[in-house]
Every structure is written in structure tokens, then in C-alpha cells.
Design a protein around this ligand. Structure first.
Ligand code: FCB
Length: 445
């Protein structure tokens, strides 16, 4: 009898790419190999907003255990590994002095993937901004976008021809809005004016980085955008208007600027007075042609008017659907919505990857095993959407489970577990969960 994951895998063509994802700060261990400080380290220690003040200094010690981890990727049958480079590891002190240990680490990691038949699916920035840039205003400054282009150049020179695909920035909404309006992530700023600037410069950094990579002749470049499905709390005109505003800030801002060279007017009306001078001139840089589009998808939000939320006028709440350990509702229909909308509005011809999807659960160890049946079910329900759309002719090219390992879940520290492999942070022992075995069974038929 086929398991649910096996059934989906069987329905998809052989060249559909299954992979698994992680990111540098969440797993590597920033204490090792000459890595410099990132703003996450400062945020974890000083802001009071990170559970337990946990930081990524040791994390999963992937810096030393990368071979074990790549073997896990290979043995599960994944054909691609989505990982990120750490900017402060490669350039710990300044923008000129390259850390040889950093180069050597990624050399080994990438060659290790290629030796194992795993395609390197790289992200250049997954939130570990060198603290020196953060101190000068970080993503609120045009300079940071220019420095990011230089950093991209270093990566292309050193590793570019071995990377199957590259996306410049993971989840620009989190980099900009979550971190500069809500203040939930580093650098923890809460200001509409700062957020508006970050919303623009993070997009500019994307465009400049793509230009650099094109100049090296790279031919498989994309973007990784997180999408959250917005549902109005009620059907009054005001709630519907606010839901559109949420959708414009969270979702449309990023794909519309990349694929259509403009920002959505609902969001611009709110940001206009705070936008950097001459921002319109940058839109042609932001809207560089891409070769694929990536979506990270986890949940939905219910949008409720709230007058106390000055500026935006709404709050995001959760509804009655079953929830993950993050409190996030499980709402796979939102994934279908975004895949169809992206294809219809912007990119019918481009291959579409789901670059992250997964859930946190409490994962109790019983008799040496973790039977995370809820996680298998989560993957199953989202893959159902993917197989259905693929059979309808949508150009879906791959799916990456988040995450290979339990790891540093940002403001939640080590309290939330997303891995298909359990990590004991005291011993650094890896233990595949039932979900890992389910993938392995489905992918290594
Ligand atoms: C995404 C992030 C990733 C991880 C998952 C749960 O927003 O890209 O690093 O934290 O959420």
C-alpha cells in the first residue's frame, strides 16, 4: 500500500525536483570558522524579544557536521538542497577582507552536494546581516543594497559556476516589514518610515544582485517570496479594504515590483511620504527578468480592523482551523491561490518552486522514535495542492520541505521544531523522524 507522500510523488513527473531547505544562521554555528557578528546576535542578546535570549552561536553545529547532514539529504532521496551563504562568515570584518575559512567551508559544502548528486539551490541572504551594516542603518540605507551587490560578486567569483540556482534574498517581507514595522525580527525597529525605506532597498538589493549574477552569465536565477493568505474578518467594506492593504504590503509589493516594475497603489498610498527620493528610478533595476519564481508558504491570516494600530489600522489574528506549534493555522488552499495568481498575473511561463513549506510540532520522543504523523499530514495536504495544479498544467517545477533539521527558529529560539530530523542540542545527535522516513520511502522507490 502506498503512503500519501508516495502517491503524490508517483503522480508527479520524474524531473519534478524534491529538496529540503535550511539557512546559514539557523544551523551553522556562528562561533566557528571565523564568522563575524550578525545583527541577529545583537538582537538575541539585547532586544528582550528572543525566547531565552537564544542565539545561533552553536545552532546545529552544521559547520562541523555538514557531511552527516548532506548524507541525510542524500539518503532521504532529495535531489536538491536549499541552503544560504552567510555574509558575515565570508566577509566578517569589512567588505574587502575575505575570510579564507568561509570560502573553504562553502567550497566543501557545494562540492559535497555535487559529489552526492544533490543540486545546490542557493540563497545569498537569509537574514544574517553583518552587524557593521546594521549599525549604519542596515536595510533602511541604499548603501546596504550596494554592499549586497559587492557580496554577490564575491559569491559568483568563488562559487557561481557550481550553483544550480540562486535567489538573492529570502523573504523580503520579513527583512523589511516584520523587522522594521512590527519589530519582531532583527533589528527590531517599529517605524513606518523605516519600514517603507527597507521595503524599497531590499527590493533594490535583489535587482542589483541579479544584474551582477547575469554579468557572470548565470542562467537560473529567481526570487524567494513568502506569501500569507489574507482572509477578511467580516464582509464590511472597511475590512475588505484593509485585507487588500495587507495583501498589498505582504504579498503584492514584492512580486508586482519584480515582475511588473511597479508597487501596488494601496501600499504606496501609505508609504509614499516615507519613500526614498527618486525611488521610481530604481524600479527598472528591481524588475530584472528571472528564470524561476519561488514561494514560501505556511499559513493564512485573518485581517481585523483595529484603530489602535496607527498607520495600518488592522491586526492579524488566527481563526478556528487546526494549528501548528507556532499557532499558525493549517490552510493549504492559500498555496493554490498564490500559485495560480502568480502564474496568471505575472509569470505563466516561469517554473514555479515551493521553496519552503513545513510545520513546527511538539515532537515527543517515545521509545527512541518521533512519530510526527501531523507533519506527514501537513506535507501531504500541501502536496495534494501541488499535484492537482501540476496535472492542470501549471508550471510547477519543485518543492522544498522546511526543514532538514530542527534549528534556531529566530525569535522563538530553539523552542520550536520544524525539522524532519530531530536535533538534540546537547549532544548534537541527529535522529530522523517518521516524516523523514516517509519522504525517504516516497523518494527512493
Ligand atoms: C520562514 C523562514 C525560515 C523559517 C520558517 C519557519 O519564514 O524563511 O527561516 O524560520 O519560516
Amino acid at each position: 500500500m502506498l503512503s500519501s507522500l508516495e502517491t503524490h510523488v508517483k503522480r508527479l513527473p520524474d524531473d519534478f525536483l524534491f529538496g529540503v531547505a535550511t539557512s546559514s544562521y539557523q544551523i551553522e554555528g556562528s562561533n566557528f570558522g571565523g564568522c563575524g557578528l550578525s545583527h541577529w546576535h545583537e538582537f538575541a542578546k539585547k532586544s528582550g524579544r528572543v525566547f531565552n535570549q537564544d542565539d545561533g552561536t552553536i545552532a546545529c553545529n552544521h559547520y562541523h557536521l555538514w557531511e552527516t547532514d548532506l548524507n541525510l539529504v542524500r539518503d532521504a532521496g532529495f535531489k536538491s538542497y536549499r541552503f544560504s551563504f552567510s555574509w558575515p562568515r565570508l566577509l566578517p570584518e569589512n567588505s574587502k577582507k575575505i575570510n579564507p575559512e568561509g570560502i573553504s567551508f562553502y567550497d566543501k559544502l557545494i562540492d559535497g552536494m555535487l559529489d552526492r548528486g544533490i543540486k545546490p539551490f542557493a540563497t545569498l541572504y537569509h537574514w544574517d546581516l553583518p552587524v557593521r551594516h546594521a549599525k549604519k542603518g542596515g536595510w533602511q540605507m541604499r548603501d546596504t543594497a550596494n554592499y549586497f551587490a559587492d557580496y554577490t560578486d564575491l559569491i559568483m567569483r568563488s562559487f557561481g559556476d557550481r550553483l544550480f540556482s540562486v535567489a538573492p534574498i529570502n523573504e523580503p517581507w520579513c527583512v523589511a516589514w516584520l523587522s522594521h514595522y512590527w519589530g519582531h525580527h532583527a533589528p527590531g525597529v517599529e517605524s513606518l518610515s523605516s519600514a517603507a525605506k527597507a521595503m524599497h532597498f531590499v527590493q533594490l538589493a535583489h535587482g542589483l544582485s541579479i544584474q551582477v549574477m547575469r554579468s557572470y552569465g548565470h542562467r537560473y536565477l529567481g526570487c524567494v517570496l513568502n506569501k500569507e493568505y489574507a482572509v477578511p474578518f467580516d464582509d464590511t467594506d472597511e475590512t475588505v479594504r484593509l485585507t487588500d492593504l495587507f495583501d498589498a504590503i505582504y504579498n503584492k509589493w514584492f512580486d508586482q515590483s519584480i515582475f511588473a516594475g511597479s508597487y501596488p497603489r494601496e501600499a504606496l498610498a501609505l508609504f509614499e511620504e516615507h519613500m526614498p527620493n527618486n525611488y521610481i528610478d530604481d524600479l527598472s533595476i528591481i524588475s530584472q527578468p528571472l528564470d524561476w519564481v519561488g514561494t514560501n508558504y505556511y499559513t493564512r491570516s485573518i485581517i481585523k480592523p483595529d484603530k489602535l494600530e496607527t498607520g495600518i489600522g488592522f491586526r492579524c489574528i488566527r481563526g478556528d482551523l487546526p494549528k501548528t506549534d507556532m499557532g499558525w493555522e493549517i490552510a493549504p488552499e492559500g498555496l493554490a491561490h498564490f500559485i495560480k495568481r502568480t502564474a496568471e498575473n505575472y509569470a505563466p511561463q516561469l517554473p514555479h518552486y515551493i521553496t519552503e513549506n513545513g510545520m513546527a510540532s511538539t515532537d515527543i520522543i517515545q521509545q527512541g522514535k518521533i512519530n510526527d504523523i501531523d507533519r506527514v499530514d501537513y506535507f501531504d495536504r500541501h502536496l495534494q495542492i501541488i499535484t492537482d495544479l501540476k496535472l492542470q498544467g501549471v508550471n510547477l517545477a519543485g518543492y522544498f520541505a522546511w526543514s532538514l533539521l530542527d534549528n534556531y527558529e529566530w525569535a522563538y529560539g530553539y523552542a520550536k521544531r520544524f525539522g524532519i530530523v530531530h536535533v538534540d542540542y546537547k549532544t548534537q545527535k541527529r535522529m530522523p523522524k517518521l516524516s523523514y522516513r516517509a519522504w525517504q520511502k516516497a523518494l527512493t522507490r
